[in-house]
Every structure is written in structure tokens, then in C-alpha cells.
Design a protein around this ligand. Structure first.
Ligand code: GLU
Ligand code: ZN
Length: 503
């Protein structure tokens, strides 16, 4: 499924425009992914814009995390931070003069007006409207103030906000995901666009920048659907005052993502934090593949796909409007498939930071350490869901002998009075063994334990596994012994005798 010539449309301009608050979350990543895939599918442009006009909530740390996340995920953007572009700057905090200018023009042209109502007055009228069963949004109180009324408010020391004047007509638009939507004007009251202190609000800056940056398609979460009719009205006003190229983007609202207990996944949910997935060792290919399935699918019988396949097939009109459920087990299973598909050297290279973070490898691993990793990695690749599991799986090979410790729970479960004989017989058999490689190791241990002591293989080998690797779950036992070397294997088997309960 390659993109057909009819899909190519270099005029497509989409944007990913997060606000730098808190840590990046999976909902945000899904939005970035769909915009990126849409842009790449059509051969268009992805604009990366930072919506940091809320000084109280935005932070530099969060901004840096966003950029780092985008790079880690492998997204590229055509305009935005670090790459520049014809509409610089791409951080809204650096565009305040532009917004002040547009706000003044909207005011002058009558598309916006000063509203002097205090919060208390607004609240009281909203309550009254509610009680009377009338619409409870802004009631248009300041729409047509006379010069005298304004004078009075000014004398009272009131500072006005700037409020956008919604047209009194039904607003209809064709959502790329949800089809035709229509909004009654009584449900879309006039709304604030500039605070009393002069600070422009998201409601203004987001459509202004979309207009100035020539955005053709807005793909964003369904939580923003209620602001779309207001924004469409604002685009039209902007066109009338000559801001932007005069056209209104098309909108596509991506479905909600539901988390535990069928509640909307909130960005504050621990399960939503991108960092969590990175720390556990999800790989971008796996995580993005799974996130794409939150609303989209390549085909009914293929859950695993590459980003290239996604780009080739991506079709916004095929996005499902129904809420998608975030299923961690499925996400892990998809990641595991992507891990298995990695080339061995690639897989190995990606394991290194996890071993480093656990203190098992130094910042500059030696050639011998990398060789050991290359030897053990293929034994683990099929068994892992996330890269971080390498620490548990193969840590026993990298830990300094004096730091090696058997997992106490596993020891308690596995090492029993019979284990003494098992360990002693194993030490003897392996000491005498000429060729310390997996097959002879296995043969010698079988002979000593199964034939010699009459113990079932399962009961014979599990104590050895715990003694040598420290855990009941490990790479294959005989290979593990070989990689560890005879000396250290014997040392650990002997040391484990100390853990055997007295009979
Ligand atoms: N900065 C807005 C947000 O993060 C962007 C909304 C939009 O895509 O229009 O919610
Ligand atoms: Zn008012």
C-alpha cells in the first residue's frame, strides 16, 4: 500500500502544538503521531509550535522534555523549534506583539468588544440563568454598551477583558473523523480572547497562529471539539481583517482514549506518562505502533506495522470516532514483537543504557563487556517485553562477584533440604568437566542429578538456576553458565549451599 499520486498534496500543512505543562503523555504522542503521519503521507509540512502563553503553567523543563520526547520518538518536523522556518518564532511566548496587534484589529473591526463584567457578576448571572432553565453561558451583557456605561465602568476602576463576538448563526463543519457537525449559536456564547491584564488566551493565539502559518488541517483530541465552532468563527473574522490567507482549516477530532475502569485517560494518570514507557524500555517503534491503534488500524489482520507502513497507509477519514481503550497488555505485546524484530546489533545497542542506568555497565563499556552482552542478548531477545527487563534477566553476568546476591524470595521457594545434594553433585560434576560449553554441561548435570540422584529435571535444575543467575526466570541455564565461566559458576553454586535450610 504505497501512497498513490492522488494522495500527494504538498499544500498540506498540519501542526503539532502542545503546551509545555507537566510531563509528555501518551495522548499527546498520539496526536503528534497522527499529524506526523498525515503530513508524511501527503508529502506536506508538519509545523511544530509551542503554545506557551500561560506563564503560570508553562515551564522550560517541560519544553525541553517535549523536544527530547519528539526526538526520541523519531519524529521530524519541517518548521519549528531547532529547525526554524518562514513563520518564526514558533514559541508563542515570543509572539506577543503579533497577538496584541491582531487583538487590536479585531476590536477595532467590531469582532471583539470590551467586557467589564466582574467574575462575581458573571457567576451570579450564570446561577440565575441556570435556575431559570436558560442557557448559562455569557449573556452578551457588554455587547452593546453605550459610551456613558463604558465611562462609568472605567471610573469604577474596572479593567475589561476582550471578548469575541460570536455570529448569531448556526455553525456547520465537516469533521474529517466525525462527519458533519452543527452548533446552535445559543450553545456557543461570546468568549474571552484577552485577559484584563492584556495577556492573550489560547482561544485567540491558537487560531491566529493557524491562520498566519497557513495550517490546512487541524487534527487534535476530541476534548477540544467544543472550542472548534468558536475558532471557526474567529478564523472567518481573521479573514475579514486580512490576517492569514483567508481560509479556514479542516478539522479532524481524534477519539478519546479510555484508561482503567473505562474512565478517560487523564494526563495526570501515571499510566499516561511517556517517561514511564521510556524508563521501562518500550521502544519508539513499538509504542508508536500501539498508539496508532488508538483510533486507527492498518488492516483487520495486521496489528504490527512499521512507521513506513503507517505513513503509506494513513488515512484520516478511516479514523474511528468511537473512544479507544488503552490496553497495557496489548501495548506490551506489540512492543515485544518489535523487540523480537530488531537486528541483533541494534537490540544490543539499545540494551546498553538500561544496564548503565542500573549500574551494571560503566559509561564506557569495555570490549569484553560488550562481547558478553552480544552473547547474552540473543538468549533474551525472545523473552522480553521491554528493554529494562535485561537488568533482571542478564544482570547476573555483569554484576561484580562480591555484589551478586540470590533473590531471597526465589531462594526461599526453590532451595530446600534436597538442594544440598543437588548443589554438591553439580559442583563435583562441573569441576571434572573437560569442555565447559552448554551441551557437555547439560549432559554432565543430567547424569549427576537425574541419573545419579534420581531427581526430576525440573527439580534438579531450578535450584541451580537460582544459585547461578539469582532468579527463577533467566536466560537458558547452560548457556548462562558458559557465559559466566566455570570459576564463577562453581563459586556461586558453592555459595548457595549457605542458603540451603538445614534438614
Ligand atoms: N496547545 C493546545 C493543547 O495542548 C493545542 C490545542 C490544539 O491542537 O488546537 O491543548
Ligand atoms: Zn460583560
Amino acid at each position: 500500500m504505497a501512497n498513490t499520486p492522488t494522495d500527494l498534496d504538498p499544500t498540506v500543512r498540519v501542526r503539532f502544538c502542545p503546551s509545555p505543562t507537566g510531563n509528555p503523555h501518551v495522548g499527546l504522542v498520539r496526536t503528534a503521531l497522527f499529524n506526523w503521519a498525515f503530513a508524511r503521507h501527503h508529502g506536506g509540512t508538519l509545523v511544530f509550535r509551542i503554545e506557551d502563553t500561560d506563564a503560570a503553567r508553562d515551564s522550560e523543563d517541560s519544553y525541553n522534555q517535549l523536544l527530547d520526547a519528539m526526538r526520541w520518538l523519531g519524529f521530524d518536523w519541517d518548521e519549528g523549534p531547532e529547525v526554524g522556518g518562514p513563520h518564526e518564532p514558533y514559541r508563542q511566548s515570543q509572539r506577543m506583539d503579533i497577538y496584541a496587534d491582531v487583538a487590536a484589529k479585531l476590536h477595532e473591526a467590531g469582532h471583539a468588544y470590551h467586557c467589564y463584567c466582574s467574575t462575581e457578576e458573571l457567576d451570579a448571572r450564570r446561577e440565575a440563568a441556570r435556575a431559570a432553565g436558560r442557557p448559562s453561558g455569557y449573556d452578551g451583557h457588554c455587547r452593546e454598551l453605550t459610551a456613558e456605561q463604558v465611562e462609568l465602568y472605567v471610573q469604577e476602576g474596572r479593567k475589561p477583558i476582550l471578548r469575541f463576538r460570536m455570529p448569531e448563526e448556526t455553525l456547520v463543519f465537516d469533521d474529517l473523523v466525525r462527519g458533519t457537525l452543527s452548533f446552535d449559536p445559543k450553545d456557543v456564547p461570546d468568549y474571552g480572547i484577552v485577559r484584563a491584564n492584556g495577556a492573550p488566551l489560547y482561544t485567540l493565539v491558537n487560531p491566529v497562529d493557524d491562520a498566519l502559518m497557513g495550517i490546512t488541517h487541524v487534527l487534535r483530541g476530541e476534548d477540544l471539539l467544543s472550542s472548534t465552532p468558536r475558532q471557526i468563527a474567529l478564523y472567518r473574522a481573521l479573514a475579514q481583517i486580512g490576517v492569514g490567507n483567508g481560509s479556514t482549516p479542516r478539522f479532524g477530532h481524534l477519539p478519546y482514549v479510555m484508561g482503567e475502569g473505562n474512565k478517560k485517560l487523564s494526563k495526570r494518570d501515571p499510566q499516561a506518562s511517556l517517561n514511564l514507557y521510556r524508563e521501562r524500555g518500550f521502544i519508539p517503534e513499538g509504542l508508536l505502533n500501539y498508539l496508532a491503534l488508538l483510533g486507527w488500524s492498518l488492516s483487520e489482520d495486521q496489528d504490527r506495522f512499521s512507521m513506513a507502513e503507517l505513513v503509506a497507509a494513513f488515512d484520516i477519514s478511516k479514523v474511528n470516532a468511537n473512544p479507544a481503550r488503552f490496553d497495557l497488555k496489548k501495548c506490551e505485546a506489540i512492543n515485544a514483537e518489535h523487540l523480537r524484530a530488531l537486528a541483533p546489533e541494534d537490540f544490543c545497542a539499545r540494551l546498553v543504557p538500561y544496564l548503565q542506568a542500573a549500574g551494571l555497565l560503566p559509561a564506557e563499556p569495555s570490549a569484553a563487556q560488550l562481547e558478553l552482552l552480544a552473547a547474552v542478548a540473543p538468549l533474551t531477545q525472545e523473552r522480553m517485553v521491554v528493554l529494562g527487563e535485561i537488568v533482571q534477566m542478564a544482570g547476573f553476568l555483569f554484576v561484580a562477584p562480591e555484589d551478586f546476591a540470590v533473590d531471597p524470595d526465589d531462594a526461599a521457594k526453590v532451595l530446600n533440604a534436597d538442594s544440598r545434594a543437588v548443589l554438591e553433585a553439580s559442583v563435583k560434576a562441573l569441576t571434572e568437566l573437560a569442555d565447559f560449553t552448554p551441551e557437555p554441561i547439560q549432559a554432565a548435570l543430567r547424569e549427576a542429578l537425574v541419573d545419579g540422584l534420581g531427581i526430576k529435571p525440573k527439580f534438579a535444575f531450578t535450584p541451580l538456576r537460582v544459585a547461578v543467575t539469582g532468579r527463577r526466570v533467566s536466560p537458558p541455564l547452560f548457556e548462562s553458565m558458559e557465559l559466566l565461566g566455570r570459576e564463577e559458576t562453581l563459586r556461586r553454586l558453592t555459595a548457595a549451599l549457605e542458603l540451603v535450610p538445614a534438614s
